[in-house]
Design a protein around this ligand. Structure first.
Ligand SMILES: Cc1cc2nc3c(=O)[nH]c(=O)nc-3n(C[C@H](O)[C@H](O)[C@H](O)COP(=O)(O)O)c2cc1C
Length: 224
């Protein structure tokens, strides 16, 4: 990580910046978290636990409750500010992983990371990705992400940040209704770099139209 290069360029930006932290061993996460803990302008980190644990056969930390809680527990010991843990959807029961990281000190969970996918060029009879399989994101993953956000928001007592395929304000409102207290937007930024501003405006319009005075009025407001 290039703190000496990047931090001076961003430290005076007047917004809340969250750094996404990856690693291939627990020590990587711990060392990075320790360094970022010292940076005044960064109030939170988001741990990407979908990375392969190189020392444990390459299985991602986030696909077992044990692997997920081990890395989060180690980071929690050194990182004093807000610790968000980003969950992998490539699991049988995401609520089990969410509860495991909550129990070792996660302040919040964000979900979902990419789903494991694959693409094939039939003419060449070859995989399209050099890695053969790879992360799938964007609009097609939204129903899965929504389902997982809804399940996790019922399973834990910490805030849930929802993401996965959010492409417009309506998608964002759906995640809030499902129980997310905040949202993130990934892939849609590649299509429209101004998407976040449009989504924020659209949420405000929705609240006004429905007579709500705060976004808090719709969080978890799904009527079932
Ligand atoms: C090109 C690309 C790079 C990504 N890099 C990261 C990363 O460094 N750390 C991380 O936690 N997630 C990463 N993700 C996953 C996204 O942050 C997000 O969880 C996922 O794509 C689903 O949301 P979206 O459909 O809004 O993109 C990446 C996704 C894409 C498409």
């Amino acid at each position: 990580m290039q703190i000496s290069n990047i931090y001076p360029q961003i430290k005076d930006i007047r917004t809340n910046m969250i750094v996404n932290v990856s690693g291939s061993a627990i020590e990587d996460y711990v060392q990075t978290a320790e360094k970022i803990n010292e940076l005044e302008a960064i109030p939170a980190i988001e741990l990407n636990i979908s990375c392969p644990n190189v020392k444990q056969g390459g299985m991602a930390f986030g696909v077992s409750a044990k692997g997920a809680s081990e890395v989060v527990k180690s980071v929690r010991e050194v990182y004093k500010k807000t610790l968000i843990v980003k969950l992998s959807p490539n699991v049988t029961d995401i609520t089990e992983i969410a509860r495991a990281v909550e129990s070792v000190g996660a302040d919040s969970v964000s979900l979902i990371n990419t789903l494991l996918g694959m693409a094939i060029d039939a003419e060449k009879r070859r995989p399209l990705l050099s890695t053969i399989t790879g992360g799938m994101s964007g609009a097609a993953v939204k129903p899965i992400a929504l389902r997982m956000v809804w399940q996790v928001s019922k399973a834990v007592n910490i805030p849930v940040i929802g993401l996965g395929g959010i492409s417009n304000w309506k998608d964002a409102v759906e995640f809030l209704l499902a129980g997310a207290t905040a949202i993130e937007i990934g892939t849609a930024n590649f299509i429209d770099p101004a998407i976040t501003v449009k989504v924020a405006d659209g949420i405000n319009d929705y609240l006004d139209r429905h007579g709500f005075t705060s976004i808090k009025d719709i969080i978890g407001g799904l009527i079932v």
